[in-house]
Design a binder for this molecule. Structure first.
Ligand SMILES: CC(=O)N[C@H]1[C@@H](OP(=O)(O)OP(=O)(O)OC[C@H]2O[C@@H](n3ccc(=O)[nH]c3=O)[C@H](O)[C@@H]2O)O[C@H](CO)[C@@H](O)[C@@H]1O
Ligand SMILES: C=C(OP(=O)(O)O)C(=O)O
Length: 428
């Protein structure tokens, strides 16, 4: 087990290249189950969630070969192998094995997923969708059992706008008999990316990117080659880090239209953000002012950037109010930032950050992926050395984060934890 160490105060400068989108990759890999022949996915991020899903594809009989960021999946020998335990619990996106295996085999047994604890993360809308398509769904000892004689298209209204439910229902519906309509669907770019892959595999899908998705079931899907979109959350994390501790940073391989809510917020604070072909240029030349923000479903401000943004607000003058309307309990970074001297109050479901604060290096714990990103950004700004445990969470979603930040001028490194530190970490 490792920890991250950051000596704060070094200015970030230069160019960083963004990897493929985690939240696309983790759906594209299970989507390959639906094909009858080889699927090649190009530009996947080298993160642990991606490799865990590759292992799960092999557990059900797939052959998976990696060539750096590209993966070739042979789904021909896959079977409806139950996955009630084990690696499915290591990440959230294992829930996509439910939709994909149900769509392919008319049955699946998948353990309830893991992933970041952000407060309760129900999957009732996924299940409502599967049931509407004709599946019988039961929860037996923590695993979801799905069985259908035949899947038939249906009209499904999502009570909550959900990324996972929208993708999962698409996966289950692309081969169902007849027409499926998903109303109140989520519109995230990752959903469009998954629909693009499915369409290239022969699926008939209309309306992705709007809140009504129409799917005409097809009897079979074939293999194809697909290149993933860039990770707007990773790009956003580096943009926030650049605003916090950068002078001039170029963020390469981005689709800036996917990042408009963040770009608008950074500009509102006084950060210079210039958009060009596949790049963002971030410069920090004047004092920044505090802003309020509310997370919303896409194209609103992403909940996944709320925690990193909290760290940025500690450095600006005034009070900024952050309200996460998607995950109101996504607050595990707050106590850790307080350890680093931040002045933060939690009041009536909102987080009030008062600045400016000279952050101090401290020993802190990343309890989830974006809490980890928030602590790294705080560590980059802090006086002295910050030690971050819980690095496994960070490695679920950020490719080569120490190398990328080092190339920008940060002083950040990994160190093996001693047995005493591991015991303390596991018990705290
Ligand atoms: C692997 C992946 O893509 N993870 C992302 C995905 O998670 P995930 O797909 O789990 O998030 P959802 O979009 O489903 O959740 C949005 C909201 O709907 C609620 N809800 C969701 C499903 C359901 O059946 N019932 C229900 O009540 C959730 O509790 C939450 O309040 O979208 C989140 C919101 O953008 C991001 O933070 C995660 O990074
Ligand atoms: C919450 C996240 O991931 P997951 O849904 O995979 O836990 C995230 O990417 O910020």
């Amino acid at each position: 087990m490792q920890k991250l160490l950051i000596e704060g105060g070094h200015e970030l400068n230069g160019k960083v290249r963004i990897s493929g989108a985690k939240n696309s990759a983790v759906a594209l890999l299970p989507a390959s189950i639906l094909a009858d022949s080889t699927v090649t996915l190009e530009g996947l991020p080298e993160i642990s969630d991606v490799y865990t899903l590759g292992d799960l594809l092999e557990e059900i009989g797939g052959s998976v070969s990696w060539d750096g960021q590209d993966v070739t999946i042979h789904p021909e020998k896959m079977i409806a192998m139950p996955l009630p335990n084990g690696k499915v619990k290591k990440l959230r996106a294992s829930y996509y094995f439910m939709g994909a295996m149900l769509g392919k085999f008319n049955k699946a047994v998948i353990g309830l997923p893991g992933g970041c604890y952000l407060g309760p993360r129900p999957i009732d809308q996924h299940i409502k969708g599967f049931e509407a398509l004709g599946a019988e769904v039961t929860n037996e000892q923590g695993a979801i059992y799905l069985r259908a004689k035949e899947l038939r298209g249906a009209r499904i209204y999502l009570d909550v706008v959900s990324v996972g439910a929208t993708i999962n229902i698409m996966l289950a519906a692309v081969k169902a008999k007849g027409k499926t309509i998903i109303e109140n669907a989520a519109k995230e770019p990752e959903i469009i990316d998954v629909a693009t892959l499915l369409t290239n595999m022969g699926a008939k899908i209309k309306g992705v990117g709007t809140d009504v998705i129409r799917i005409e079931g097809v009897p079979s899907l074939h293999g194809c080659k697909h290149t993933i979109i860039p990770d707007r959350i990773e790009a956003g994390t580096y943009a926030i880090a650049a605003a916090a501790q950068g002078k001039e940073v170029v963020i390469d391989n981005v689709i800036s239209q996917h990042m408009e809510s963040l770009i608008a917020k950074l500009r509102e604070m006084g950060v210079t953000v210039e958009e060009s072909d596949e790049q963002l240029y971030i410069a920090n030349r004047k004092p920044l002012k505090s802003v309020d923000l509310k997370t919303l479903v896409y194209p609103g401000f992403p909940t996944d950037l709320q925690q990193p943004f909290t760290s940025l607000l500690t450095k600006v003058t005034g009070a900024g109010i952050i309200t996460d309307t998607i995950y109101s309990a996504r607050l595990k970074h707050i106590d850790e930032l307080r350890r680093m001297n931040a002045t933060i109050k939690v009041e009536g479901g909102s987080v009030i950050v008062s600045g400016p604060t000279a952050l101090q290096g401290a020993k802190v714990k990343a309890s989830d992926l974006r809490a980890g990103a928030a602590l790294i950004i705080a560590g980059l700004m802090a006086n002295g050395v910050t030690e971050i445990t819980g690095v496994d969470h960070i490695d679920r979603g950020y490719e080569k984060i120490t190398e990328k930040l080092t190339s920008l001028g940060a002083n950040i490194w990994r160190k093996d934890m001693t047995q005493k530190e591991i015991t303390y970490f596991q018990n705290s």
